[in-house]
Design a protein. Sequence first.
Length: 261
Amino acid sequence: MESHNDSRRHVLILGGTTEGRMLAERLAQFSDLRVTVSLAGSTKVPILQPVPTRFGGFGGVEGLTAYLRSERVSWLIVATHPFASAIANNALEAAARAAVSVLVIRRPPWVAGADDHWTEAGSADEAVGALGGAARRVFVTIGRQQLAALSRSPQHHYVIRTVDPPDPPLSLPHARYVLARGPFAEQDEFDFMRKHAIEMLLAKNSGGDATSAKLAAARRLNIPVVLIRRPAEALGECVHDVDSAVRHLVAELGLVSERGV
């Protein structure tokens, strides 16, 4: 834990997203703040953060509440993945118990355009069912934790992209694994889908710019997309991007200008 001799106001960012890392970078420029990023540890080789970082869970609401109190956190920023609803809900409850101000960065979901061919599903199982019965070549970008749903339809030829390899490996007769971390460029995604003769895309509606290029590529290739809808969103004060989060904290905390700005 950090030293309590530091009298600066302490901001804790629950990160693991591009927004969390960018916000940490911005807040590190304020000399009157002490910033800590917390990563859940779900990624084996996380991107380095620009501020002190802790890894692993807190032990539920009680553990996070105790941390907020013992580390004298002034503001809790929830910049977790849109599908990490349990973490976000626990964070809001812990902040209320510890009487800590909280702000949620919630990127807007993607919205289909006139040229998109999207089917929405409420779960990974429902999404796999929406792929249909005939064998197709499916590009899968739903993360490691929900890949087990693919076993419901083993007839498809899956091209599965994750940051870390599935552990344990899936028992699928037709599966190819690609390890990569975004952001991805649209032309690269277009070329990737053509190279692998992709016929459908299976993804989560994560929103944001880092992984939206696959949707633009699918649109250009006239490829149907099955998107898993987000879980119910946590309540609480919310902004949609890092700039808005910084402006909010500057106003609430009376911060001086960022160094170098």
